[in-house]
Design a protein around this ligand. Sequence first.
Ligand code: PRE
Length: 358
Amino acid sequence: MSETKLDQLRKRLDEVNMSLLDLLSERARIAQEIGIEKEKQGVPKFDPVRENHMLAELTSANNGPFDDETIRHLFKHIFQASLKLQQVDHTKHLLVSRKKQKEDTIVSIRGVEVGGGSPIMIAGPCSVESYEQVRQVAAHLKTSGITVMRGGAFKPRTSPYDFQGLGIEGLRILKEVADEFGLRTISEIVDPAHIELACQYIDVIQIGARNMQNFELLKAAGDIRKPILLKRGLAATIDEFLHAAEYIVSRGNTQVMLIERGIRTYEKATRNTLDISALPILKQESHLPVLVDVTHSTGRKDILAPCAKAALAAGADGVMVEVHPNPATALSDAQQQLNFEEFTRFYDDVRNFTLVPR
Ligand SMILES: O=C(O)C(=O)C[C@]1(C(=O)O)C=C[C@@H](O)C=C1
């Protein structure tokens, strides 16, 4: 059977398709190289001025049959596809990414492992208020089998008139009590200048939600060789959270733990909205251990246990909760800290949690 005119035209079109594919692929490879150069120079990938310039040149050279609007539309799609290629290539190379390291990072807090598959419970007062207060908490935690205690010495509070913490004196108290009871400690540091000194007193440096993008603090945390607990910012996307962790890891400190602490939404029933979906996403995207701060995310004692269980079911490597000998008199977070009896009940409930229906 002889070739019809339609067959011939389609054959030519198929050949043009192949040539276009070759040219598009070549263009994409060049765009990738441009992306690498831009990365080195630290300039943004998206360049609307350059795109407008190319579109102007293309439309002025356009002799039809496509009109200028169609040419602009088609090329804008090509630019977007190139941009995506440049960005995907970039995230693939993040040190915190699963693509870079398949195995889970295990953080060792002086021998206590986080991220190794058996979740940890971290507990302690919101603020270090006195030696006696911390000692009471430590004694209770020790009898409960807790190995890592938190306690805030530098308190970035919403109001400057609220209790700001005991500072270095608070770190000293933590160390003295932790040494007595054989506990490890976590405390927030807010000033890059305090990081080195803090290492003499505590085992984990926490970077708080409000400082998640304090880049000088992140760099200082990256320059030491101690575990870091990085909190998600109150309005930070998962991508921003991972990039903040990258600041630390890229300077050689690989002992980083991420902690979800709730994000700001319109919901008022809880203090923040615990973003449970962030857990499996973070575990997929990154090899770093991921914990959940149930106290700050919910701000409510009555739902701490179900939220902690949900976090563990979603893959969390641990839970952090606040405990105080007498929450009603606490200098910070009086509403949401657990007393010893409440903590014991909470811990038993979460520890006995199983996904298998009974
Ligand atoms: O020329 C550049 O700077 C590129 O990054 C390439 C390219 C393109 O595909 O043409 C991609 C993204 C930018 O927004 C602009 C142009």
